[in-house]
Design a protein around this ligand. Structure first.
Ligand code: SF4
Length: 456
């Protein structure tokens, strides 16, 4: 079993992969297994982090849209907006698109202080028939990055995940050993694994599609003025920053302004995510701005030695980033509710640093070093979003983590690949730190900035 590129990078809607994308998928999965015509009422219980920050993360709406049969990868943002508005105005729920049933807000119960045994993001769904008998009941867990697990079943996998690959790995040591034995870089190992799942032209096209969605996300965001939804009155900065940057640096390649461009891309993606717009989960929605921002640096400001074209650089960058993301997914967690923000922003920064080091010509050990540096200095990072919204500290944090990733790659490339702390050791430390972290700091909005900053 090996995590693939398209397990880590998926197209979804904001603001949260674990609290929006996962619950929508879970609700859609629940409905897909029952006959909607036989159901008169639905009850939903949200537990732990899903209940604590569900309002701010759009979980309740995501569940309702999932019950209507919408899935995050195919639902259009305008479709989501339309149904969100209609349901808020008291429209009936169109269960699985097959039967309209009444649904009151009290049909979703929140239990923030109850955690189900398997994961802090737990939810229970019940379907009742016209005569009041139970049609079906199921517990789901949203385990980060949009992945879900149904109680009693194995963790969700994709056909990609299950495919036999030539270079299976779960640790950085195993990954580096493959590189050494085959005499290839990390992106090539990942490429050959992906080619065991689908032909190379399809892999390449699908990766470039992800890049196109990232670019479209930035374009949409810089065209939107005003404040972000949710009540915190956070002003969108990306449109004004973009206008100012274009004035100073029309072709976007001024070496003195690379950091401003990286900041801009990260802010734009995360402002769009906070709006509930379409983003690429990379590896989560809260951390979705880091990889596009560093990829922008790689294709506009750096001098890559791998890849003849921007498309080639993009493909190699994202393959390498996914290889590192697979390590975090296999050996620790990419869920803020499980290990704090180190699992989201830390993992994304590490993945981006690796992608950049690879396209700048780093050896596999230098690439591993870049990923290790970026993660090491995010260890212990807590998750404490104000108002449970993916806005403060999330948006600025993406920009900072992106520039940190650039620095981590540069530091690694100035070394020879030998270093004191291995990536595997850092990943193990992240997992243990996350386990020891108080639940106040794991996406519950019960600690840190979330309690020390007064909401207006
Ligand atoms: S603080 Fe980090 S983990 Fe928490 S919601 Fe924001 S980006 Fe996600």
């Amino acid at each position: 079993m090996s995590v693939g590129v398209f397990d880590l990078f998926t197209v979804g809607i904001g603001p949260s992969s674990s609290h929006t994308v996962g619950p929508m998928r879970a609700a859609a999965d629940f409905v897909s297994r029952i006959d909607p015509i036989a159901v008169a009422r639905i009850e939903v219980d949200l537990y732990g982090s899903l209940a604590a920050t569900g309002h701010g993360h759009g979980t309740l709406t995501a569940v309702l849209l999932g019950l209507e049969g919408l899935r995050p990868e195919t639902a259009l943002p305008e479709q989501v907006d339309h149904r969100r508005g209609a349901i808020a105005r008291g429209d009936a729920l169109s269960l699985g698109g097959a039967r309209r049933i009444a649904f009151a807000e009290s049909d979703i119960r929140l239990s923030p202080f109850t955690e189900l045994p398997r994961h802090s993001n737990g939810m229970r769904l019940k379907a009742w028939s016209d005569d009041g008998s139970l049609v079906d009941e199921a517990v789901y867990y949203s385990t980060g990055g949009g992945f879900i697990t149904r109680e009693g079943e194995a963790p969700e996998t994709t056909p990609d995940h299950e495919a036999a690959v030539p270079f299976p790995f779960e640790t950085a040591d195993e990954l580096l050993a493959h590189c050494e034995r085959a005499g290839v870089g990390i992106s090539e190992v990942m490429s050959r694994n992906e080619q065991a799942r689908r032909p190379w032209p399809d892999v390449r096209a699908a990766i470039l599609h992800l890049r196109d969605v990232m670019d479209a996300c930035v374009r949409t965001s810089i065209a939107r003025e005003g404040v972000l939804p949710g009540g915190l009155e956070v002003r969108r900065r990306a449109p004004a920053w973009h206008a100012r940057l274009v004035e100073q640096d029309p072709d976007g390649t001024d070496p003195g302004l690379w950091q401003e461009w990286v900041n801009l891309v990260a802010l734009a993606v995360n402002e769009e995510n906070a709006t509930g717009g379409r983003v690429v989960t990379a590896p989560t929605n809260g951390a979705a701005g880091i990889i596009p921002a560093v990829l922008h640096y790689a294709t506009h400001h750096a001098v890559p030695v791998i890849g003849a074209t921007r498309d080639d650089v993009t493909v190699r960058f994202l393959l390498t980033a996914a290889a590192v993301g697979a390590l975090f997914k296999a050996r620790a967690s990419i869920s803020g509710a499980e290990v704090g923000c180190q699992g989201e922003v830390g993992s994304a920064s590490s993945m981006a640093a690796a992608g950049l080091a690879e396209v700048l010509g780093g050896s596999p050990r230098q690439v591993e070093n870049a990923a290790e540096i970026a993660m090491e200095h995010n260890l212990g990072l807590t998750c404490d979003p104000i108002g449970g919204l993916v806005q403060i500290p999330c948006i600025e944090r993406n920009a900072l983590a992106a520039t940190q990733a650039v620095n981590a790659a540069r530091m690694a490339l100035w070394g020879d690949g030998s270093h004191h702390v291995s990536l595997d050791q850092v990943i193990a430390t992240m997992r243990e730190t996350g386990r020891d972290m108080s639940s106040k700091y794991k996406e519950t909005a019960l600690g840190g900035l979330a309690v020390n900053v007064v909401e207006c």
